[in-house]
Design a protein around this ligand. Structure first.
Ligand code: OAD
Length: 247
């Protein structure tokens, strides 16, 4: 069937790359951005998380950011079997890299080594003045205790180390992701609506001279150029794919 045929292509490919989106973390209990129960629906206003809001009103930004964090990252969140399957495919020498739009840190927790975090990581903060990076947890606790906005030792304001609306993606990070997409023989687009650029263009780039497989519950922006479209739950499909690639 189609899954066997994709598994055979992955085994034969020199380079296999995965791009993931919010859908891979939904089964872990993290809400998606769009669609039913989406963060950018009636829950939160994207304008509150724009870089211009951070610059104008860092205290208000951090108060809202804490609320967003609590909605997106309830306690006890862990990687699921789809994150695990990608980590295993890498260990088995099949998968070269994971490019993710997620900022939740779950791929790293699952053990993925070569990870390109296109939108940064919410588990880190970066100082706007000196560029120092720190683990986000303790800084969030200081905000919870009333330090809004939280400050670095140098006096600069901490910013979540994520790409906010209105900000450019990191140049090197994006170049890395583009090169991986261009050089891949097989590219897996997993759990993303593929509506947000520039991430959404990566599967199209990969499909130009490689195999593209889409795994997503709903339609995506790249279904039309994909060689395989699996309208499936990531936690159901990825373990089955793994089983067929590695025996
Ligand atoms: P979206 O919320 O746009 O898309 C998530 C997709 O996952 C949807 O199409 C769902 O159908 C699908 N999905 C949900 N649960 C699934 C499951 N169990 N199995 C398979 N598919 C499932 O999220 P992204 O495409 O990741 O940007 O959004 C891209 C970017 O938009 C995010 O990185 C964020 C946001 O604004 C920044 O923060 C910069």
């Amino acid at each position: 069937d189609r899954l066997d045929s994709l598994a055979a292509e992955l085994r034969d490919a020199d380079s296999v790359v995965a791009l993931t989106g919010a859908g891979i973390s939904v089964p872990s209990g993290i809400p998606p951005f769009r669609g039913d129960g989406g963060i950018w629906g009636d829950q939160f206003d994207p304008a509150a998380f724009h870089i211009s809001r951070f610059e104008r009103d860092p205290a208000g930004f951090w108060t809202d950011r804490l609320e967003l964090h609590d909605a997106m990252r309830p306690s006890g969140i862990e990687p699921n079997i789809a994150h695990d399957a990608l980590a295993t495919l890498e260990r088995e020498g099949v998968l070269d890299a994971v490019v993710t739009q997620n900022t939740d840190g779950l791929h790293a927790e699952a053990g993925t080594q070569r990870l390109v975090e296109l939108h940064g990581s919410a588990e880190r903060v970066v100082c706007r003045r000196c560029g120092e990076q720190e683990t986000a947890g303790p800084v969030r606790e200081r905000v919870r205790d009333g330090e809004t906005p939280p400050h670095c030792d140098c006096g600069g304001v901490w910013k979540p180390d994520v790409v906010l609306f209105g900000e450019q993606l990191g140049r090197e990070t994006l170049a890395d992701a583009r090169e991986l997409a261009e050089e891949s023989d097989a590219f897996l687009a997993i759990g993303s609506s593929l509506q947000v650029e520039p991430a959404a263009s990566l599967p199209r780039t990969a499909a130009r001279d490689g195999t593209l497989a889409v795994v997503n519950l709903d339609k995506t922006g790249s279904d039309g150029v994909a060689d395989y479209v699996f309208r499936a739950d990531v936690t159901e499909l990825l373990p089955r794919l793994l089983e067929r690639v590695v025996d």
